[in-house]
Design a protein around this ligand. Sequence first.
Ligand code: PMP
Length: 451
Amino acid sequence: MIDPSSYSAVLRRSFRKTFPPAVRGEGVYLWDTRGKRYLDFSGSAAVNFIGHGVVEIAAAMATQAKQLEFVHSSQFTTPVAEEYATELLDFAGKNFAGGCVYFTCGGSESVETALKLARQYQVEIGQTNRYQVISRGQSYHGSTLGALSVSGNKQRREIYRPMVREFAHVGFPYCYRCAFDCTDSCRSCGQEYAAEVDQAITATEGEVAAFILEPVSGATLGAVVPPPGYLQSVAEICHRHGVLLIADEVITGMGRTGRNFAVEHWDVAPDLLVTAKGLSSGYAPLGAVVAGDHIAEPFLHGKAIFNHGFTFGGHPIACATALANIDVIEREGLCEHVLENEGRLRGMLESLRDLPIVGDVRGAGYFHAIELVKDKETKQTFNHEEAEQLLRGFLSGELFTRGLICRTDDRGDPVVQLSPPLIAGEEQFQEIESILRPVLSEAWERMGSWR
Ligand code: PMP
């Protein structure tokens, strides 16, 4: 066996060799080769919903692999893909009854699929000029070039800008730093932000195919819940203009926020639902686009053919995994578990507000973030060098060393993000409090020289 300390053959994230090799997982915990235990409070980047090491998932995968490992979607469908698609439509609720599922291998591929599907749908119904896709500044919808084109986060786009389309980005309803001087308690800015969507669509009238958003935004700003009325107004505006609403629920789908899909909190019916991570809890790569029946219509009953595909999309083993995964989510009542426990998780995080570095605590269900600030009163954030020193120079490493995995990010303002497996409970909340509190306090003390 190769000595783990000499691992270098794999191109690691950021090309930095800073991560220990993980070898085992069980429940909310992971272990590395030295036997060190980690509390996985990032759920492996919001991927793991049912916990690590669930034996029945492994068994379902093995059974499928023995029976039929793979066929290509241009030649066959499979009972397991059909069964899972039916389950997923059912899980997505009444708005998707009679709809269709398109399988991919992950989030970015699902976003690409939704963008192309939106464009082709518009062409099929005679709206041939519609091709633009509006999104929100600071959003993140994936790493592939199409998904990056509709991702508003500047930092992720910058170097690739000549290669990505420049569609319009509208304001991001981020109440902690509201562009409309909304305070945390008034949250009255929903209509103002929605009006920006209306204006952006009107400015390119007749050319917009779709508007894409995350109902609760994730990767960049961290767990931002929209202000009241925003999503409903956006849905109404899109509908009025003939623009498809794409809900990117790669992070928030499958129960992460306590509802099967986060749009249900606002009773909003998107035309296309994009999902991935929690479909399989990471036991196999799988993504999907769930399309409403009106979107499926030209393809199912008209002459349209969707000229698109990924070799491994809807892989039978991934679908068997996902079937077993959804069974665990439903049988164990994980959405209900999240709803019952989110208050405790939130309460624990709120208790950290007495720390001078904690500016905001936000989120929904088992998806929360703490925004770190330099000055609580003014909400002053860190400059690039300070954020670098704070997150990569101290916080990430220190949390890891103390056995807590949660994601720190400064592609927006610096945040610590928490997205644990949905099985986590009080015991783990206490465990993370006992790590987060001293580490955040120490971060503040270390930063003394910058203040
Ligand atoms: N959309 C959102 C909202 C995401 O958070 C992500 C990944 N974190 C993606 C799309 C891309 O998913 P993937 O990494 O599986 O391609």
